[in-house]
Design a protein around this ligand. Sequence first.
Ligand SMILES: [Ca+2]
Length: 97
Amino acid sequence: MPTETERCIESLLAVFQRYAGREGSSVTLSKREFRAFMDTELAAFTKNQKDPGVVDRMMKKLDMNSDGQLDFQEFLNLIGGIAVACHDSLILKSPNP
Ligand SMILES: [Ca+2]
């Protein structure tokens, strides 16, 4: 039986591969694949954005080697950043930080 942490890693890998496998290289996310991922998996975030260019700008920022694709490492920077933001907001909400 995998641990909770191992299952989380498996899930992240599975989600990445599902979207990355849609077109072109199956080990990186294209701009279209990244948008599909954001609109489906992080819809709560994208729906509240008034600026339609925000997802494109996020992609540009995450694309460290500027090849127009997000590899798994670049994708994990997004996940890590969101996780840190969630963690920080939990700490702010807690009565005894
Ligand atoms: Ca890249």
